[in-house]
Design a protein around this ligand. Structure first.
Ligand code: FCB
Length: 459
């Protein structure tokens, strides 16, 4: 048995997002977001569901806070729903929306749980999408104005702010691949959207610092370490392409002040950009995006393996993501803790990221409730402990990781998959809203209390 300790003061938490848990879709002044509209569009959500009720957290938040207390965590990452605060996207502020988060923050602080507030976890007010959404530059100003009112209200108590959750998903899944709201399939719009999300981040950092002096501000990226299927030149080039598209398109502007040249060339070759030009980048944008932050939030779930095939028609080569012959979760995502280790050391060495929080890491597995009333989710326990061992090793080698948030506290509305994927440490029965902590919740409590993970905790 080997025990892997974490540094003193390491922060342990769980993560959720507003749209996935809150429900109360039309209450206390909230108006529709792009996800309400998307879920109402036939064929978009795997089980035909929506998030009108979800986990009913808007009404049951006190019960959920009691679960956090039982877990013993020192932090909780949640998001504020823009359509509760500015129901029309811009203009009038809805105080009843702010009141909800105000009470939540106070109750968390009273329980000695640090609130990590994410301002945008994908629920863009529908009226802004009607004006072009993230592909429109005017959405940047709307976001900054929304962030301003949230920071004015909560900034005296919230010490950790996240501007955006996963810009790649916002832009690519929402505007290029169409699997997420608003469901566009337009790569040119997606590039504009990515830029405007990054720009709105950079413009918001000083606003948060102004209203919340002394707090820490960051952005959350979903990073996917990539490796070639073989050492062939084609596979290596496919890996370079993937890394540029997925990781460096965001890391480079945030930490190096510009988009990666090779990835720009890829987009030109794919016909998504005019020759070497980024027509949506205005003077001053790159400096704003590069505004120094206090931390990077890293969401890590799985690595990618790439294979390349030469172009047959003179166009861009084919790049194929290969499915590994390895353990996978219900999402089909490969389980590979060592890739987290590699990723963290890369961020430390190549980007000199000053501080990292693992803002999401977790797995979908649907284990049944046993005859004893318990849910023995052995695979989640193995996933959790495996990734924490990898994390502790990366920290020992110098990766500046200050905390870990497990995704998720509760089973919830998993976007295009509806309720078919269960990520919670706590099981939710959607018919009764009953919460049942899984065995993994008690393992997590042990880890949090010990500030250490025991590699033999794996079943
Ligand atoms: C991430 C999202 C989060 C959740 C997990 C499984 O991409 O940030 O909301 O859906 O994936």
């Amino acid at each position: 048995m080997t025990t892997h300790p974490f540094p003193a003061g390491f922060l342990w938490g769980t993560a959720t997002s507003a749209f996935q848990i809150e429900g109360a879709h039309d209450q206390a002044g909230r108006r529709p977001s792009i996800w309400d509209r998307f879920a109402d569009t036939p064929g978009k959500i795997e089980d035909g569901s929506d998030a009108r009720v979800a986990c009913d957290h808007f009404h049951r938040w006190r019960d959920d806070l009691a679960i956090l207390r039982d877990l013993g965590v020192g932090a909780y990452r949640f998001s504020v729903a823009w359509p509760r605060i500015k129901p029309h996207g811009r203009g009038a502020t809805n105080d009843r929306g702010l009141d909800f988060y105000d009470r939540l923050v106070d109750a968390l602080l009273a329980a000695h749980i640090a609130p990590f507030v994410t301002l945008y976890h994908w629920d863009l007010p529908q009226e802004l999408e009607d004006e072009g959404g993230w592909a429109a530059r005017s959405t940047v100003d709307a976001f900054v104005a929304y962030a301003d009112v949230v920071a004015r209200r909560l900034g005296d108590r919230v010490r950790h702010w996240v501007t955006h959750n996963e810009p790649w998903c916002i832009a690519t899944l929402g505007y290029e691949q169409g699997d997420h709201a608003p469901g566009h399939k337009d790569p040119v719009r997606a590039l504009r959207a990515a830029h405007h999300v990054l720009l709105s981040h950079g413009r918001t950092v000083p606003v948060l610092r102004h209203h919340s002096p002394g707090s820490q501000v960051g952005i959350v990226l979903n990073l996917v370490p990539a490796e070639p299927a073989t050492e062939s030149a084609e596979d290596q080039d496919a890996t370079r392409w993937f890394d540029g598209f997925f990781n460096r398109w965001y890391l480079d502007p945030l930490y190096r002040g510009g988009y990666p040249e090779d990835a720009i060339d890829d987009r030109v070759q794919q016909g998504h950009l005019p020759d070497g030009e980024l027509p949506f980048v205005m003077p001053g944008d790159l400096a704003a995006i590069r505004t120094p932050t206090d931390f990077l939030g890293v969401n890590y779930y799985s690595p990618a393996i790439l294979r390349g095939e030469p172009a047959t028609d003179g166009g861009a080569p084919r790049r194929i993501q290969v499915v590994a012959d390895a353990p996978r979760t219900d999402m089909g995502w490969e389980v590979r803790p060592s890739a987290l280790h590699t990723l963290l050391l890369r961020l430390h060495r190549e980007y000199q990221v000053p501080k990292i929080y693992i803002t999401e890491n977790g797995c979908a597995y649907d284990d049944p409730i046993g005859a004893d009333g318990q849910i023995h989710d052995a695979r989640r326990i193995a996933y959790l402990t495996g990734h924490l061992v990898a994390l502790s090793r990366a920290i020992a080698l110098g990766a500046p990781v200050a905390g870990y948030f497990h995704w998720s506290l509760l089973d919830n509305f998993e976007w295009g998959h509806g309720y078919t994927k269960r990520f919670g440490l706590v099981h939710v029965d959607y018919a009764t809203q009953q919460r049942t902590p899984r065995a993994s919740a008690s393992v997590y409590r042990t880890i949090v209390t010990a500030n250490a993970v025991d590699s033999s905790t794996s079943p």
